[in-house]
Design a protein around this ligand. Structure first.
Ligand code: PLP
Length: 312
């Protein structure tokens, strides 16, 4: 018999459902107000990558937004693992979401709404597929839209307020790009739809320290670069520095280390993935096979949550 969860499996209101049947109520404030936080962890070859780090960031985001999920944080690993197992996935994109919830009619007070937790696993998602990564992508710098102010929406809390990113994506398509990076109101380089950015220039790997999500992939690259003795600096930089970079790459749980071949149509370095990018790309995927960052999904128990009892 075919698996009804083959396209993915979701956890909605305490039950596992096929992804195509997963629904939220229309008045859910996660939808009507983007009043939610989320996190995405990858499973690769049957193993979660840095699950505890994703859970910690998720818990911190919930705290910041005064959200308390109706499940214990130590129950979440098993819910996520069950979503992956039911879909029989080896390589998966696994999302956990905590929303404000569904208000009673007429209630506008977020304190009086019961928060909700949702999760799902679908086949692994690539911002740029491997064949394109081999050539490097075309990146544009958005000119028509800037990154929303850090003081309006804290970018270190993962959120669904993607208005600026979606506009930047349309600008990228109009200008022949694959995706876009955004500048802040002072012209500093920030991040793009679903990724952080690194620029390798004068022998040092730069990445912005503020105004960006502290991506787990970004953190992984900083740690792997240290092991490879590649100097790194978390520092603010402007468009001119980006334009002068020898190499540029993007980082995301959805696709890993993504080399940039062109910036606004101009070649970056030799116009393909550079040697530092390729080294870190290889180390990144190697780290998914074994080592301290992986936890097995099939068979062995999962670190933080253990085999907690999750009912349907
Ligand atoms: C805005 C933004 N920046 C950066 C990232 C990369 O974060 P991570 O490496 O934890 O996936 C994401 C991931 O979705 C994101 O949405």
């Amino acid at each position: 018999m075919s698996n009804t969860f083959a396209d993915g499996c979701a956890w909605v209101e305490g039950a596992f459902v096929p992804i195509g049947e997963a629904r939220i109520p229309l008045t859910e404030m996660g939808f009507t107000r983007s009043d939610a936080t989320y996190d995405v962890v990858a499973a690769w070859r049957g193993k979660f990558f840095r699950l505890d780090d994703h859970l910690q960031r998720f818990a911190r985001g919930c705290g910041y937004l005064q959200l308390s999920p109706p499940v214990r944080f130590d129950e979440i690993p098993e819910i996520l693992a069950q979503c992956v197992r039911r879909a029989e996935l080896q390589d998966a994109y696994v999302e956990m979401i905590c929303t404000r919830g569904v208000p009673r009619a007429g209630n506008r007070d977020p304190r009086r709404v019961e928060n909700r937790f949702y999760a799902f696993a679908v086949p692994y998602v690539w911002i740029a597929p491997p064949a394109l990564q081999a050539e490097g992508i075309a990146l544009i710098v958005a000119r028509g839209v800037e990154r929303i102010s850090q003081r309006a929406v804290d970018s270190t809390v993962k959120n669904f307020q993607w208005g600026d990113f979606v506009r930047a994506q349309y600008e990228a398509y109009d200008r022949g790009g694959w995706t876009a990076v955004l500048l802040d109101s002072s012209g500093r380089v920030t991040e793009g739809p679903g990724f952080n950015l690194f620029a390798y220039t004068r022998g040092t790997l730069l990445t912005p320290p503020t105004g960006v999500l502290h991506g787990i992939t970004r953190q992984t690259i900083l740690e792997l670069a240290a092991q490879e003795r590649i100097p790194t600096r978390q520092v603010e930089f402007d468009l001119e520095t980006l334009q002068g970079a020898d190499e540029i790459f993007l980082t995301s749980t959805a696709g890993g280390v993504i080399p940039v071949a062109t910036l606004d149509g101009e070649p970056v370095g030799a116009g393909g993935p550079g040697p530092v990018t390729l080294r870190l790309h290889a180390r990144y995927w190697q780290a998914h096979e074994y080592g301290p960052w992986v936890s097995h999904l099939y068979g062995a128990s999962l670190g933080a949550g253990g085999e907690s009892d999750v009912s349907e």
